[in-house]
Write a protein that binds this ligand. Structure first.
Ligand code: GCU
Length: 605
């Protein structure tokens, strides 16, 4: 057995025991399993002062004596939709950052040959989950899935599920106290009961071996009381039928060759893959591609690629609410395709599975990121563990999504923050251990810029594949010379460079004030920023991609200009109604002119 994989599984086992009281990392490919959806109307208790714990609302006591009374209850109260954020469903919840208790009942008939799990796509931010009045577990983190096994706590017949959701900001949270997006609270993704056999397929990785275009090197992991089983992996379209047996830990290596049509933006080919064991089987739609760095270049399927990307938040701007389903994903991704993109940066946290799966189907590569955003308490006890768990949850859910090509492990953190470098170096190494087939990056905005020359000095890039820079020249920082004459100094001279954010604000349809004055939020000022940025791109050494901030205007309560912002960050290329600003056309023209096979500008000292 491959030594690296033994270490990987031992670390999983250690990790598993460490956090057993907390949520389990969720089994993958929920939509391919025997599920019962608990989406729909949930009763809630809105608890802005947080007295629900003291009142033990999950117990739902009923008056027994004439003198008994209880000052809370779900019956006859507010009802909210799940999945969905709670802030946009009721006016009185518009700005709530606090606790809402959710309740859902379901009936179940027990089967001794089955296991039962409750699976949450995501809950923002803290979740305590109660079943029939008992706490079954907790989870921290607003953007990744988690589950609890309830085989031994579920009742025959009616069951009461109560979930305490708290989206208060946490100093040692991920993200921390300050972030430039709307803090949508609630049960924001699908909820499912999952019934499995006593031993089931928990996880698998069916992807091409690093650097190979025809050899799959992967594995399957069974969970349950019968780990030793025969396993089959078949790809009917390619007549692949790989047979093996698991080991006592329920693990089997998967290794076979075939002639794949490789997945690419031009040809987003997916294959039906069926994984079967003696007690379980699951099907998935999987694409095969290789992604790697070769010096200053990024190669997709062995050919240099240029990432024509755009940043997207998980928000449906037209609904001014959290994006929660496939229609929301389609709206956003269709705009990205229209802009000429071949990739999307899903900022700044893992988005829902609809988004990732649809992007892959539409031929959009995906950059997925964990919300290690700006001011993070890296030195505080438990923060590194949270980072690690979030990364594992992110990778586990999407490791078979060939569309996902980059794992981003932080955005705009500061090397002056205690333990930052150490934490971000460690997580970069862990990430590669878990998934060596994808690229890693971490995003900075602290590069030097003097005398029209950038100095990218952050030594973190020794531990990451791609240098990713946020620069807001023309908006937060004035140009110090002609964009086309900009000079560059790179800490790692032979690494690919990606401009992960740039841009400025404009209110759609606004042409007030002089075109060269920022304070009017006019479209002309934003347009000029983009024209200058395109000129700058020609100077960037090893440039492998660009990613404007941002596809559409998005909600952020720190944006307070009464006339031009009204709680919206207006850096969208599209308005919140999907209207195209002048800058859109500059970006589209740039993406239409550069074909994906881009000639990288040589790095000159
Ligand atoms: C930052 C940050 C974004 C933010 C943007 C802005 O670079 O990464 O999250 O929204 O700048 O200020 O608009």
């Amino acid at each position: 057995m491959n030594k690296k994989l033994i270490i990987f599984f031992l670390s999983l086992l250690v990790f598993g025991t460490l956090i057993s009281s907390l949520a389990q990392t969720a089994m993958i490919n929920v939509s391919g399993r025997n599920t019962t959806s608990l989406n729909g109307k949930w009763q809630v208790i809105v608890d802005p002062t947080g007295v629900g714990n003291w009142r033990q609302v999950w117990k739902e006591p009923v008056p027994k004596k004439k003198t008994d009374f209880f000052e809370f209850g779900f019956e006859g109260g507010t009802v909210l939709d799940v999945p969905g954020d709670f802030n946009t469903q009721r006016p009185e919840l518009a700005y709530l950052e606090g606790t809402v208790w959710y309740k859902k009942t379901f009936s179940y008939s027990k089967d001794s040959t089955k296991k039962l799990f409750i699976h949450f796509g995501a809950i923002n931010y803290l979740a305590d989950v109660y079943l029939n009045g008992e706490l079954i577990g907790s989870h921290e983190g607003g953007f990744t899935p988690f589950q609890f096994e309830i085989t031994n706590s579920v009742l025959e017949g009616e069951n009461r599920l109560v979930v305490k959701v708290d989206n208060s900001r946490k100093k040692d949270g991920l993200p921390g106290l300050g972030y430039d997006w709307f803090n949508y609270g609630g049960i924001t993704r699908d909820v499912n009961l999952i019934e499995t056999r006593l031993t089931y397929i928990d996880d698998y990785s069916i992807q091409l071996k690093k650097g190979s275009q025809n050899e799959v090197l992967g594995w399957v992991k069974l969970n349950g009381n019968k780990p030793l089983q025969k396993v089959n992996v078949t790809i009917p379209e390619l007549k692949v039928n790989f047979k093996t047996t698991t080991n006592p830990e329920g693990y089997a290596e998967i290794k076979f060759k075939s002639k794949f049509q490789l997945w690419s933006p031009e040809n987003p080919k997916l294959y039906k893959v069926i994984i079967e064991s003696e007690t379980d089987s699951i099907a998935d739609e999987i694409g095969f591609r290789t992604i790697e760095v070769l010096g200053p270049k990024v190669l997709l399927n062995g050919k240099p690629i240029f990432f024509k990307s755009v940043n997207i938040h998980e928000e449906n701007p037209i609904k001014a609410a959290k994006a929660v389903n496939e229609d929301d994903a389609k709206l956003l991704l269709t705009w990205a395709k229209e802009l000429g993109c071949n990739m999307v940066r899903l900022a700044h946290y893992p988005h829902n599975e609809y988004m990732v799966k649809l992007a892959e189907k539409m031929g959009l590569m995906v950059w997925s990121e964990i919300p290690v955003y700006q001011h993070i308490e890296f030195a505080t006890k438990g923060v590194e563990e949270k980072m690690d768990l979030m990364m594992r949850e992110m990778i586990k859910r999407d490791r078979n999504r060939c569309g996902v090509v980059i794992w981003s492990l932080s955005n705009e953190t500061y090397s002056s923050t205690p333990n930052r470098d150490n934490a971000l170096i460690k997580i970069a190494q862990e990430c590669k251990k878990i998934d060596s087939t994808r690229l890693t990056t971490t995003v900075i905005c602290t590069q030097g810029y003097e005398n029209n020359a950038f100095n990218v000095w952050d030594t973190l890039y020794r531990y990451y594949d791609i240098i990713s820079i946020n620069e807001y020249l023309g908006w937060y920082a004035p140009w110090q010379g002609k964009p086309e004459e900009t000079k560059w100094k790179l800490v790692c001279e032979d690494k690919p460079v990606f401009i992960s954010e740039f841009g400025g604000e404009a209110k759609y349809g606004n042409h007030e004030g002089p075109a060269d004055e920022a304070a009017f939020w006019n479209e002309e000022y934003q347009e000029k920023i983009f024209t200058d940025q395109v000129a700058l791109f020609a100077t960037v050494p090893n440039l492998v991609g660009t990613c404007p901030w941002i596809l559409t205007d998005f909600r952020s309560l720190s944006r307070l200009h009464p006339k031009y912002q009204q709680g919206w960050n207006r850096k969208g290329l599209l308005s919140d109604k999907g209207e195209k600003k002048k800058a859109w056309f500059v970006m589209k023209k740039y993406y239409d002119t550069i074909n994906s096979i881009h000639k990288t500008t040589k790095y000159e000292k």
